[in-house]
Design a binder for this molecule. Structure first.
Ligand code: SAM
Length: 284
């Protein structure tokens, strides 16, 4: 595949200056201008041959270019900021029809329909997410129905603190609702950290690239019931479960015993298997 037209695109710093793309905090804009770094992220999601990538928030297109250069068969990129569209159309012109830019709010798009409208290639989600909507986007993807999901992998940039809440295990300080959902539906791990100075403008905190690979459900239960149980349990995480689960079970001690969980345990020590058993007891 010829990549010369993509290689000939101007440096991202010039693209930002030429199109007046001053970063906006309200849109969570921290741009990656170093193509070595964006290619490292794209490689963490690879190999991309034959893969249709969903990117949320391409911005000036640093990661978009990397995904195309690393061989993605198609990239569908959803961007809310209309100021970026012209810069993105220059990339599209250099990409032999492989880049489809969608202007819109990723929180309001049907990602699965968007991707499947373009054929049945394997789908993957790769993004440097806007920090202000990163968690709702992730929980939406993890809540996909039917499961296994319409995507085979997600490689996503988060603030380090959010990344730790995604990959946490029982007993970790960061273990909570997000880790239970992520661990119930995927194998999640931090691939590498990215320092603030790699971004323009630099955020206040370190970021991490997280890989999530969907897995078959090992501990079946209804997603809504799991959410209800973890909301009650972690809503009062300092309390023993026999106390914190009172609003949702008439006799929490009995339910806990039947689920094989010590009634004096706190939410932060309960395994995903344990939460799934509680969700089954809720039955809704
Ligand atoms: N991918 C680019 C990069 O790595 O340099 C930009 C990443 S920047 C952290 C987040 C991008 O998401 C911005 O371009 C921003 O305009 C866009 N964005 C913010 N909220 C969005 C939303 N709700 N839907 C789609 N794009 C959004």
């Amino acid at each position: 595949m010829s990549t010369s037209a993509l290689d000939a695109l101007p440096p991202l710093r010039d693209v930002i200056a030429d199109h007046g793309l001053r970063a906006t905090k309200a849109l969570g804009q921290n741009f990656l201008l170093d193509l070595n770094l964006t290619r490292k992220i794209a490689r963490a999601a690879g190999p991309l041959d034959g893969v249709h990538v969903l990117e949320v928030g391409p911005g000036p297109g640093g990661l978009t270019r990397a995904l195309l250069l690393e061989g993605a068969s198609r990239v569908t990129a959803i961007e809310k900021d209309a100021r970026c569209l012209e810069a993105l159309s220059q990339i599209a012109a250099a990409a032999d029809g492989r880049l489809n830019v969608v202007e819109g709010d990723a929180l309001e798009c049907d990602h699965r329909a968007l991707m499947q409208a373009a054929g049945d290639a394997p789908c993957r989600i790769v993004a440097n997410l806007p920090y202000n909507v990163a968690t709702p986007l992730l929980t939406g993807w993890l809540a996909a129905e039917p499961w296994p999901a319409w995507f085979d992998r997600m490689v996503l940039m988060f603030q380090r603190e959010v990344a730790e809440r995604i990959v946490a295990k029982p007993g970790d300080a960061a273990y909570g609702r997000l880790a239970v959902l992520a661990g119930w539906r995927s194998h999640a791990r931090i691939v590498f950290d990215v320092p603030p100075q790699a971004f323009t403008p630099p955020p206040k905190v370190v970021s991490s690239v997280v890989q999530l690979v969907p897995k078959p459900i090992e501990h079946p239960c209804r997603l809504k019931a799991l959410e209800t149980v973890t909301r009650a349990a972690f809503g009062q995480r300092r309390k023993m479960l026999r106390q914190s689960l009172k609003p949702i079970f008439p006799d929490p001690a009995l339910v806990l015993r039947e689920a094989g969980i010590d009634e004096t345990a706190r939410a932060e020590t309960v395994s995903i298997e344990g939460f799934a058993a509680l969700a089954r007891a809720l039955g809704t």
